[in-house]
Design a protein around this ligand. Structure first.
Ligand code: IMP
Ligand code: MG
Length: 174
């Protein structure tokens, strides 16, 4: 395994505090809506486990996976949808849960696909956002932190499948 140098960006206590705030805000906005949280694998997993416990209104949980292909380019040009939630989404309030939004392509393509099911609403919550890296428009309703343009790891986020287990968020320095 190749090792990377990184610096601490967001410590555990700050992440936990911010997720509590997001949970509170989502609980207010989704009161009486029984939303379905749809986690975008795999980067969402640590975040969604915390977030769902910070939500105090009834909520359901599903997952979706999307693989991106780089084709030698920096940003992914194509996103394939893998397994979809089997549940009926028509008329339901969907909240997509991401670890990080970068170019916006993953979220845009998942949204487009889910819109075919005619849900009542689709919104996005991401732990980290990199708005300066956007290549396509993606409206994100709830953001944990702005990560600038750094490549971030930990708290579910990886470089080549490693570092997902770090209990904090770091930025890769080399
Ligand atoms: P997109 O460019 O918004 O489509 O982001 C696609 C995916 O790239 C994310 O779901 C992550 O899996 C990955 N990604 C983008 N930026 C980072 C990063 O800074 N750290 C780790 N993974 C990232
Ligand atoms: Mg990755």
């Amino acid at each position: 395994m190749e090792s990377h140098k990184f610096e601490l960006l967001f410590p555990q206590d700050k992440i936990s505090q911010r997720i509590t705030e997001l949970g509170r805000q989502i609980s207010t906005d989704y009161r009486d809506k029984n939303p379905i949280l749809i986690g975008v694998l795999k980067g969402c997993v640590i975040f969604i486990a915390d977030l769902i416990r910070a939500i105090t209104v009834p909520v359901e949980l599903e997952f979706i996976s999307a693989s991106s292909y780089n084709n030698g380019q920096t940003a992914s040009e194509r996103v394939d949808m893998g397994r979809n939630p089997q549940k009926r989404l028509t008329g339901r309030h969907l909240l997509l849960v991401e670890g990080v939004v970068d170019s916006g392509k993953t979220i845009a393509s998942i949204k487009k696909k889910l819109e075919l099911e005619k849900p009542a609403s689709i919104e996005v919550v991401t732990l980290l956002d990199k708005p300066k890296c956007r290549k396509v428009e993606a409206r994100i309703k709830y953001v944990g932190f702005d990560a600038g343009e750094d490549f971030v790891i930990g708290y579910g986020l990886d470089v080549d499948q490693s570092y997902r287990n770090l209990p904090f968020i770091g930025k890769v320095t080399e």
